[in-house]
Design a protein around this ligand. Structure first.
Ligand code: 8YV
Length: 315
């Protein structure tokens, strides 16, 4: 039997791509590079392989009459039109849980980096400024108030770590989470008003677009620190830049941006902002586990076995 045809819609991690190449006939981003060849190949394509940032819209799905499965190597799948996939009879899978530790670790790292100004401290020493005097005082993280926007698996992993820093923890989400004892706030603004650190770890997509706007930032206040390890779309980026420039908030630690990999010059110019290039899950251990799970879902599907991790809408 010929190996199933699949379309990869992004430059995939080599850890995932190498497994795909060995098992499938892979058309790597053919829809972008060669539309005529894609039109010829499309009727036979049975699967899509994607990353967490990939866009798979209804228009692409409509061109794939034999599509059965979209496997996302990432927990976030806000770029996938799940309704259109389901309407076509295709399932969508993702890679939850295996990246919880890494994303939570990075959230804590960005909180500490922004509060204690670690990148600035590093620059200070390298520039030889230490001999001229000490750095300005930073702010303490231990014992401060943490507000989490989102209390899913990763939110809970961040809370667990923050508890070890003696932080008081509260959260907001669409509704209070069963089994979660932390204080619940019905809105991001109400939560921000009671937080020193506001950490975003909620899914992207239409439901959370620009959830963190000028009003939320004003509520966080001039000593508050915003950390985003969710999606750039959750924040109104121009309102954030404005708030940072005018001192409406105290600082930020950002791993995600509105239009990656483009980070606005005004944001890059701000010394009290810590920036990272979307590295929440970027360790070799975790990326291997994600690749194995994303590949395992495709293998299970084509072997007629139960999927390992379908998205909630496909369970
Ligand atoms: C990765 C992510 O950047 O899991 C997600 O939703 O955003 C990240 O882990 C990426 O999807 C890896 O392929």
């Amino acid at each position: 039997m010929p190996s199933p045809s699949i379309l990869s819609v992004a430059k995939l991690s080599p850890l995932f791509a190498s497994q795909l190449d060995a098992a499938f006939s892979v058309h790597d981003r053919l829809h972008q590079t060669d539309p005529a060849a894609f039109a010829a190949a499309a009727p036979a394509i049975r699967a899509i392989a994607a990353s967490g940032e990939s866009k798979v819209d209804a228009e692409l799905i409509a061109q794939l009459p034999k599509l059965e499965i979209i496997s996302v190597m990432g927990v976030g799948y806000d770029g996938i039109d799940v309704a259109a996939a389901k309407a076509r009879g295709a399932v969508v899978t993702h890679t939850p849980n295996v990246l919880n530790d890494d994303v939570a670790d990075l959230a804590i790292g960005l909180m500490l980096s922004a509060a204690r100004q670690l990148p600035a401290a590093d620059r200070y020493v390298r520039a030889g400024s230490w001999s001229k005097g000490p750095m300005p005082l930073a702010r303490k993280m231990s014992g401060a108030r943490l507000g989490l926007v989102g209390m899913g698996r990763i939110g809970q992993a961040i809370a667990h770590r923050a508890a070890a820093f003696g932080m008081s923890i509260a959260y907001t989400s669409r509704s209070p989470k069963a089994g979660v004892a932390f204080k619940y706030f019905p809105s991001a603004t109400a939560l921000a008003a009671e937080s020193d650190f506001l950490v975003l770890i909620t899914p992207g997509g239409a439901g959370t677009r620009k959830l963190v706007n000028a009003e939320v930032l004003a509520a966080l206040g001039s000593k508050g620190i915003l950390v985003n390890v969710a999606r750039g779309s959750v924040v109104d980026e121009s309102a954030l830049i404005d708030a940072l420039e005018r001192g409406v908030i105290g600082g930020a630690g950002l791993d995600v941006f509105e239009s990656e990999p483009n980070v606005p010059e005004r944001l890059r110019a701000l010394p009290h902002v810590v920036l990272a290039p979307h590295i929440g899950s970027a360790t070799s251990q975790t990326r291997q586990a994600m690749a194995d799970l994303a590949f395992g879902n495709l293998q299970a599907h084509f072997a007629g076995k139960p999927l390992l991790s379908p998205v909630p809408e496909c369970q």
